[in-house]
Design a protein around this ligand. Structure first.
Ligand code: ADP
Ligand code: MG
Length: 238
């Protein structure tokens, strides 16, 4: 069970203060959604948690371990991106198992693991196909499957559904909620879509200009928006 905490975390790109003094504790197994307008720093925050970007100042903790400078590979964190790149020449099963092959897991164990993951993600019947032969929603599921392969304790998803059409987005939202219930993992999900945030989150973190505008349950934010930015953002779904 792994929670995360950020203490006065800042990020600068040159003179630009992209993330300013973020204090946030994420509980083990929580589903937290970062939401906010484009450019507010959501991806940067996620990339710092993943270890793809250094923090400029402050502290980052994974459980009770100081983790600011831990390399990506030691964080037990997996990330799913908006533009998920599957390997086109590999089958879906090989795509999901690829991180395990890299980790030199024996073939038979890889097969067992892939079969378990594809069960959960409803991919079992199409495992022998290649990425070019399946739908966008199925491709995104494979990308999630690949992220799950190594049983990460924390799963980060950066606008994973934004390339899908509305019907598929809805279907995948339901899938993700179900997945979270089944997995023993903390999930942090980034979106600029308020409705997605409201339906998925245990807690929502609203970001504005690199700062936290409000943190709370969907109901908290809806009933007691802390300021006009939050009220307008929550009140005007696209
Ligand atoms: P979001 O994901 O909320 O749309 P980002 O985290 O991608 O926002 O970006 C936040 C701000 O940081 C933007 O102004 C963006 O231009 C800037 N930014 C992001 N990455 C870099 C970088 N590598 N170098 C310089 N500026 C960056
Ligand atoms: Mg982004």
């Amino acid at each position: 069970m792994t929670g995360l905490s950020l203490k006065s975390v800042c990020k600068k790109f040159g003179d630009l203060n992209v993330i300013q003094n973020i204090d946030l504790t994420i509980e083990p197994n929580e589903f937290v959604v970062f939401v906010g307008p484009s450019g507010c720093g959501k991806s940067t925050l996620l990339r710092m948690i993943a270890g793809l970007e250094e923090i400029s100042s402050g502290e980052f903790w994974i459980g009770n371990k100081r983790a600011d400078h831990l390399p990506v590979s030691d964080r037990d964190i997996a990330m799913v991106f908006q533009s998920y790149a599957l390997y086109p020449h590999m089958t879906l099963g090989e795509n999901i198992g690829f991180p395990l092959r890299l980790a030199k897991m024996p073939k038979q164990e890889i097969q067992q693991k892939v079969s378990k993951i594809s069960d959960v993600l409803h991919l079992t019947k199409i495992l022998d196909r290649k990425p070019g032969q399946i739908s966008g929603g199925q491709r995104q599921r494979v990308a999630i499957g690949r992220a799950l392969a190594r049983d990460p304790k924390v799963i980060l998803l950066d606008e994973p559904l934004s390339n899908l059409d509305a019907a598929l987005r809805l279907e995948m939202r339901v899938e993700l909620a179900r997945l979270h219930k089944q997995l023993d993992a903390t999930m942090i999900y980034v979106t600029h879509d308020q409705v997605e945030a409201m339906t998925l989150a245990d807690r929502i973190v609203i970001l504005n200009n690199g700062q936290i505008a409000q943190v709370g349950t969907p109901l908290d934010l809806y009933n007691k928006p802390a300021n006009t930015f939050v009220a307008e953002f929550i009140g005007s779904p696209k």
